[in-house]
Design a protein around this ligand. Sequence first.
Ligand code: UDP
Length: 253
Amino acid sequence: MSRRRRIYEGKAKVLFEGPEPGTLVQYFKDDATAFNNRKQGVISGKGVLNNRISEYLMVRLGEIGIATHFVRRLNMREQLIREVEIIPLEVVVRNIAAGSLSKRLGIIEGTPLPRSIVEYYLKNDDLGDPLVSEEHITAFGWAAPQDLDDMMSMSLRVNDYLTGLFLGVGLRLVDFKLEFGRLWENEEMRIVIADEISPDSCRLWDVKTNQKLDKDRFREDLGAVEEAYQEVARRLGILPEGTVGDLTNVQAI
Ligand code: UDP
């Protein structure tokens, strides 16, 4: 980890200078945070699993023509990515009520939504990532109307595709968060998916039992967090060698 120049350290990942200009190395840590950093912990093995799961999902998205920053996985904890200018928004897509939507609007967790809902949050830890509207985003210049159109249509495509992919392995995609970046090639700019897609950023419930197989196990102290992430990887057929999934401790909700 110390060989390369560190560009940025976040809660769950570190970015290092990449081998060529325009590339970065994304290192996945085992650290976990929730509730805007108020809860902190370590989920042993999480970095290895998220590196693998995010690789798998980004490659699948690439295959259906959705551009991402992902280039290739380098080793157990690192992947090579394209350097992008991160748009300071978190785009959340929801299919079933949970988390902050349930809290804010009093909708019981588990209620299917009448249609998929897309929300934008400003990436700002000091402000606790507040919910913002398209009006705020364009008025303050965080993204242009065309960027927002691109992000919205890409998010809905990702939602349709991942909903089907996860349903195929017995998981319900309750909601998830995407981040986007601007990638310049010659004079052309395009918006690509950045960051990661993993059980840290998705809510995934077992179709039959409603077991939570995502970061809510950490947020809600449900135990067997690593086992839940392993189970997601196992179902996707990508459990790294040498790891044994054991879900006996995972409680139904
Ligand atoms: N999410 C995320 N990072 C954040 C906030 C949310 O990855 O900083 C994900 C979260 O895992 C869930 C979805 O976005 O899959 C919706 O999260 P919600 O707004 O319900 O917030 P939370 O319950 O995490 O406060």
